[in-house]
Design a protein around this ligand. Structure first.
Ligand code: AMP
Length: 489
């Protein structure tokens, strides 16, 4: 089966029902099938051939989605670029992926053989051959390239295949969104280039519309959620924190069945507040670019007080292990690296055989780089990224635990904990926090004294106006560390 088959079948089954909604524009299932056929035909007519990479730099909207699935039908490889990144980051990815075409809104960050502007798309589609565009590819041939966040170096492209795409859809339908139906409504509040995009096909195949917000603000989200009676949405934890800060959230009459969140650790205090305000609608996903959004999930009914620090259980058709540094598989309580295996994982890193060999075992097990442990009931608890673990005086300090403690302070709204070089201890713990009211670092330090063992307590706390975040809203600890280290030199 090909991804294009899903679109064709939805077009035939759900015809004139709305498939995509963005501001005043509505595209039906049948139209979406036709638009993607036509643009796919136009891309082939422009000289592109199966396997060519096509970079797409478009804001959240219908044209970007049409471009994605035209590329799918034409046997081409999508390289989504996030509009919030800089031109030099875009240029790097276009070059690294060896893109032959670029579909873009705004100034092009680089020049490639086939350039298509957003303004040209309607004309191109109108002038293209009608009729099915159906270039079929092997299940394990590249379908799209997803760039990693690059939190540890230059972003690497993850090669995802038709097999991994179909597995992701299936995993969602089996575990996360088993109740989708034509009157479900997906509200895309986060960039479709990233996590939210994974929700597009599961809704499409079940005849449910995908509503796209151009840009997330809590007000825009609440308005659209009410207007369209949204049942599903996806947010990264920082978006949830913003939503909960909005006084209107408490009284918003929402129809959400699943507020899915993931992509980064969530503070327990934020999650608890969300549950209090919005009820048992939260569903957590743990995944990564290399294993898109489907390693474990924590279901709404599993959000009990003792489980709020857990990332849930493996998806039904996904294998997960925790191993120590010698490769031994660990049982409950043992702390080690999380590995996963299944059709959902990447096939490899694009043009980086050494990185692939370090990450994927010959038998398919993928090293996630995350440190975790199982509890006695089979729930996974993630401690932190392997690279972010602070080693102070020989003890491991997981920044997330310290951040969680800081976030229980009533005036702390954001926290980033890092390790700074220390002559005596190797590394010492330091924190940057954003506060909502007048408070001083000494007061927060004192607050930590009751909550954290001595070696975990920050030696320094700085109050910052904001914590630097990546374009998808993850806090960038590396930048925090660099800034703090530079200021100390
Ligand atoms: P990316 O590849 O940029 O999507 O980043 C994936 C990483 O984000 C994972 O390896 C985890 O470290 C982190 N992450 C994703 N989902 C969760 C989650 N639910 N809880 C904690 N960390 C998460």
């Amino acid at each position: 089966m090909q991804i294009g088959d899903l679109i064709r079948r939805a077009g035939a089954q759900f015809g004139s029902a709305p498939a995509l909604i963005h501001e005043d524009r509505v595209v039906s299932f049948a139209e979406f099938d036709e638009l993607t056929d036509r643009l796919g035909n136009a891309l082939l007519a422009a000289g592109l051939t199966a396997g060519d990479r096509v970079a797409v730099l478009m804001p959240n909207g219908i044209d970007g989605v049409v471009a994605y699935y035209a590329i799918a039908k034409a046997g081409l490889v999508r390289v989504p670029l996030n509009v919030r990144e800089t031109a030099s980051e875009h240029a790097y990815k276009i070059d690294d992926s060896q893109a032959r075409a670029l579909i873009h809104a705004g100034d092009p960050p680089a020049s490639v053989e086939v350039m298509i502007t957003a303004d040209e798309l309607p004309g191109l589609i109108a002038g293209a051959l009608p009729g099915p565009c159906d270039i079929r590819r092997e299940q394990d041939a590249p379908f799209r390239l997803a760039y990693t966040g690059g939190t540890t170096g230059k972003p690497k492209a993850v090669v995802l295949t038709t097999r991994s795409e179909l597995a992701e859809v299936a995993n969602f339908l089996v575990d996360l969104l088993p109740n989708l139906r034509p009157d479900s409504v997906m509200l895309h509040a986060a960039p479709i280039t990233h996590g939210s995009g994974a929700f597009f096909l599961p809704h499409l195949v079940k005849g449910a519309p995908n509503v796209i917000l151009p840009k997330f603000t809590s007000a825009a989200f609440l308005e659209a959620a009410r207007k369209y009676r949204a049942t599903t949405t996806f947010m990264v934890p920082t978006m949830i924190a913003l939503l909960l800060e909005d006084p209107d959230t408490a009284t918003a009459d929402l129809t959400l069945e699943r507020l899915c969140y993931g992509g980064a650790p969530i503070a327990t205090s934020v999650l608890q507040r969300g549950l209090d305000l919005l009820g048992p609608v939260f569903a957590q996903l743990y995944g990564q670019a290399e294993a898109p959004l489907a390693i474990t999930c924590l279901q709404p009914w599993e959000h009990t007080p003792e489980r709020l620090t857990s990332a849930g259980k493996p998806y039904t058709f996904v294998e997960v292990q925790i191993r120590d540094t010698d490769g031994n598989v660990l049982g409950p309580g043992g702390v080690g690296e999380v590995l996963t295996r299944g059709p959902h994982t990447m096939s490899r890193y694009w043009r980086r055989p050494e990185a692939t060999a370090e990450t994927v075992e010959p038998d398919g097990w993928l090293h996630t780089g995350d440190i975790g442990r199982w509890d006695d009931d089979g729930y996974l608890h993630l401690l932190d990224r392997r690279h972010d673990v602070i080693i102070s005086g020989g003890f491991n300090v997981y920044p997330r635990e310290v951040e969680d403690a800081l976030l229980t302070h009533p005036s702390v709204i954001e926290a980033a904990v890092v390790g700074l070089p220390d002559d005596k201890w190797g590394e010492r713990v330091a924190a940057a926090v954003v506060t909502r009211s007048e408070t001083c670092p000494e007061e927060i330090l004192e607050f930590c004294a009751d909550r954290l063992a001595g070696f975990k307590r920050p030696r320094a706390i700085e109050i910052w106006p904001a914590i630097p975040t990546s374009p998808v809203g993850k806090s960038l600890r590396r930048e925090v560390r660099d800034r703090m280290a530079a200021a100390r030199q």
